[in-house]
Design a protein around this ligand. Structure first.
Ligand code: AMP
Ligand code: ZN
Length: 469
């Protein structure tokens, strides 16, 4: 399995530090508003990564933070006239429900920044102790970039352009303004009631220290993968490395993965440009979550993806083609015992799918492999060359693919052995029908349905299928 590591700007074979276990930190939402689908491009990419690691047989520990205190959340709370927690709470709830709509698997831990202030204070203190940070008159603490020679390695900064001694107080800034950055911001009236005590004075954490402290708390001083959208690369991730490695002296993260932006008419989708759609906007317009997910997975994560309604429409068409094929398989599979071997064209499709996802999450190629199976499969079914057992095996293969994709629907494929009790009801029904006891036959059909199964009569006799949830 290979991933493109932003740190080395090259594809590298992935080897977790601990055998069989991948530890992953994914920068989470700043909960000052509803996440837009550009944000969800990042979370869906991280979900694909997580699912691919699991598909490869690894155990995954994923941590996704909730940034519930920073410049933006404080500004939002003050504008709304609400205490910070009351302001962020509904956006946190909305975020979790949006994850479900997009079928994003849950991370193992969702730490909120406001619950980890003591850990941040310890980290800032250790940077002060090591001479990598200094206090200022307003009670703030800044990281001294000049004292950390590796600063700029991730973002490929030209160190000769470092503005030694220059300071940036805000959480977000451009490369041109690189300078000492705030680890802790001394209280001022703009912070309202948002304040904590630290040994060097009252204030609140800078955004970057939050992720260093929370990632190391749950994943250790050194872990495998750290991700985010490409805009997180600088300054956020560069600063996270400086804080973590400055404090521990260990390699913080081994693989850095970043997704390119979701765009609208060639521009980054963002709150500040106002060119965004929240997931809620799209759902309210009648678009299904899985169509939106399909749009987001269909491009390669390192390529910018332009969001259009035509793309949503195309996703709907693509998914209904797969749905129709799955139905066709269900129809053909009938009794549902999968064959040991796949037809050769399906085995080739499986190999192509696996090679694609393990090659830096190449979803466009993986989906092409899936559509190759749909095309060849439809032709083979029409030609009558797919046996029921093979159809069941192909359905099982698509289910495996869906462990990565998370967009298919299998409600109508019977892939479970029929329980004995259901089989008994079906046998009784068959007997009733032979004796033309139609009322009894209907009663038994209802009993089977009540148990979650569907019985269909065909020229080869009854067929049982698990009913769609
Ligand atoms: P934020 O809530 O602003 O901290 O952003 C949350 C995540 O969304 C981060 O990983 C960002 O890099 C990512 N992100 C923001 N806008 C976009 C976009 N238009 N396309 C892809 N990812 C984005
Ligand atoms: Zn972060």
């Amino acid at each position: 399995m290979q991933f493109y590591n932003t740190l080395t700007r090259s594809k590298e074979t992935f080897e977790p530090l601990e055998k069989g276990h991948a530890r992953l930190y994914t920068c989470g939402p700043t909960v000052y508003n509803f996440a837009h689908i550009g944000n969800f491009r990042a979370y869906v990419f991280e979900d694909l990564l997580r699912r691919t690691l699991r598909y490869a047989g690894l155990r995954v520990t994923q941590v996704m933070n909730l940034t519930d205190v920073d410049d933006k959340t404080i500004r939002g709370a003050i504008t709304a006239g609400l205490p910070l927690k009351r302001y962020t709470h509904p956006f946190i709830e909305a975020f979790f429900s949006d994850l479900k709509v997009l079928n994003i698997e849950s991370a193992e831990v969702y730490p909120a920044a406001t619950d980890h202030i003591p850990e941040m204070i310890v980290l800032v203190q250790s940077l002060l102790d090591k001479g990598l940070a200094y206090r200022t008159d307003d009670g703030s603490v800044y990281f001294k970039v000049d004292a950390f020679p590796q600063y700029g390695r991730l973002a490929h900064l030209d160190r000769t352009s470092l503005r030694v001694g220059a300071r940036v107080a805000q959480d977000e800034y451009e490369k041109e303004s690189v300078g000492d950055f705030a680890l802790w911001k001394g209280w001022d009236e703009k912070d309202g009631e948002v304040v904590w005590d630290a040994p060097w004075g009252r204030g609140r954490p800078g955004w970057h220290i939050e992720c260093s402290a929370m990632s190391m708390k749950y994943l250790g001083a050194s872990f495998d993968i750290h991700t985010g959208g490409i805009d997180n690369l600088f300054p956020h991730h560069e600063n996270e490395i400086a804080q973590a490695e400055g404090a521990t002296g260990e390699t913080f993260v081994r693989y850095w993965l970043h997704c390119a932006h979701l765009r609208v008419n060639g521009e980054k989708m963002s709150k500040s440009l106002g060119n965004f759609f929240t997931l809620r906007d799209l759902i309210a317009q009648g678009w299904g979550g899985r169509w939106i997910r399909y749009v987001l997975i269909s491009g390669h994560y390192r390529q910018p993806l332009n969001f259009t309604f035509d793309a949503l429409e195309a996703s709907r068409t693509a998914l209904s083609r797969i749905d129709a094929f799955v139905d066709q398989l269900a129809e053909t599979a009938g009794g549902c015992e999968p064959s040991a071997d796949l037809p050769s064209w399906a085995a080739a499709g499986r190999d192509a799918f696996d090679a694609a996802v393990f090659d830096d999450l190449n979803l466009p190629e993986a989906l092409a492999a899936l559509f190759g199976i749909v095309r060849d499969g439809n032709a083979a079914v029409s030609a009558g060359t797919v046996t029921p057992a093979e159809a069941a095996a192909i359905a099982a293969l698509l289910k495996q693919f869906d462990r990565v994709l998370g967009v298919l629907q299998f409600g109508r494929v019977c892939d479970e052995a029929v329980p004995a009790a259901i089989q008994q009801l079906a046998d009784a029904r068959s007997a009733a029908r032979t004796q033309k006891h139609w009322a009894e036959s209907d009663r038994l059909r209802d009993a089977i349905a009540a148990a979650g199964w569907e019985v269909r009569d065909s020229k080869d006799g009854q067929k049982l299928k698990k009913r769609q949830a």
